[in-house]
Design a protein around this ligand. Structure first.
Ligand code: CP
Length: 311
């Protein structure tokens, strides 16, 4: 399959075959990170800019590592130390970067739609690293890769996403990708943390965690995004944790071989207990490992494929 898109902004725009091709490419890149010299020349001479306007540990660092392992040159633009704080607009900042002939821009922003807006005005590849509550496509892809590695397939699995669905870009990317690949998706949260009409995305809605976990293959726990919640959406964190926190007792409702995932960062003791996060069903560290391979695959397919095959 030859990759035609300039950008990766949402998983909605990808077909099942395209998602599978990214996962297959990521699987082949995993080996590079096990070498003593963790580098291939696929993006040699390319310049990748990391443009993060919200805090990030996993996504920013794994994009940087991915680009370095593909031999690209990397620039980090930090909001606090850029001319954005002097009032320069995002578009003028982008034009400034473009004048220095960049090839790819990895963008995280608190507002939904910013990566799309920038992609519309630049010739550079734009990759969405998380925009508001819209999407986090590379998180969705690394989640699917991790599920596929453990279950051997996506089709026919039941995946239960528990937590703050309303504010979660991860939930939206995962739901879109899982549906395309034939999984059944359940979402579970108090009514105030589930957006109206989410059923239209092809999910089954639960408010009772025990019922939602019953017979599930994958338990996907989301962070309670208190920084995005403007009103009190549940009485107290303690009550939320009692009703929706995933602990080892609750996990018994899921299938015996169920895996537990979380995109990070975790609120231990709130949405997930340490016993589950560090327990035998947890694949949270593997998600992080797969993040590097998935981001290598995305950068390679969008930027490097026409140049040089990895060797
Ligand atoms: N999963 C995720 O996006 O984590 P960071 O915010 O640390 O990048």
């Amino acid at each position: 399959m030859t990759w035609k898109s300039k950008d990766l902004l949402t998983l909605e725009e990808l077909s099942a075959a395209e998602i599978t091709h990214i996962l297959d490419t990521a699987s082949s890149f995993k080996e590079v990170s096990t070498r003593s010299v963790k580098k291939v020349p696929a993006l040699r001479g390319r310049t990748v800019v990391l443009f993060f306007h919200e805090p990030s540990t996993r996504t920013r660092i794994s994009f940087e590592l991915a680009a370095k392992r593909l031999s690209a040159d990397i620039l980090n633009v930090q909001t606090a130390s850029s001319s954005l704080v002097k009032g320069e607009t995002l578009i003028d900042t982008l034009k400034t970067l473009e004048s220095m002939t960049i090839d790819a821009l990895v963008v995280r922003h608190k507002s939904s739609g910013v990566p799309q807006m920038l992609a519309n005005i630049t010739k550079a590849t734009v990759i969405n690293a998380g925009d508001g509550s819209h999407e986090h496509p590379t998180q969705g892809l690394l989640d699917l890769l991790t599920i596929r590695e453990h279950k051997g397939k996506i089709e026919g699995l039941t995946v239960t996403i528990v937590g703050d669905i309303t504010h979660s870009r991860v939930a939206r990317s995962d739901i879109r990708a899982l549906n395309k690949l034939g999984a059944k998706v359940r979402v579970c949260a108090p009514p105030t943390l589930i957006p109206m009409g989410i059923e239209k995305m092809g999910v089954e809605v639960f408010h009772d965690l025990d019922k939602a976990l019953s017979g599930t293959d994958v338990v996907y726990v989301l962070r309670l995004q208190l920084e995005r919640q403007k009103n009190n959406l549940f009485p107290t964190i303690r009550e939320y944790s009692m009703m929706y926190g995933v602990n080892n007792e609750r996990l018994k409702r899921a299938k015996k071989d169920a895996i537990v995932m979380h995109p990070g960062p975790m609120n231990r003791g709130v949405e997930i207990s340490s016993g589950v996060a560090d327990g035998p069903a947890s694949v949270i560290d593997e998600q992080v490992t797969n993040g590097v391979a998935v981001r290598m695959a995305v950068l390679y397919l969008l930027q490097g494929e026409s140049n040089e095959k990895p060797s």
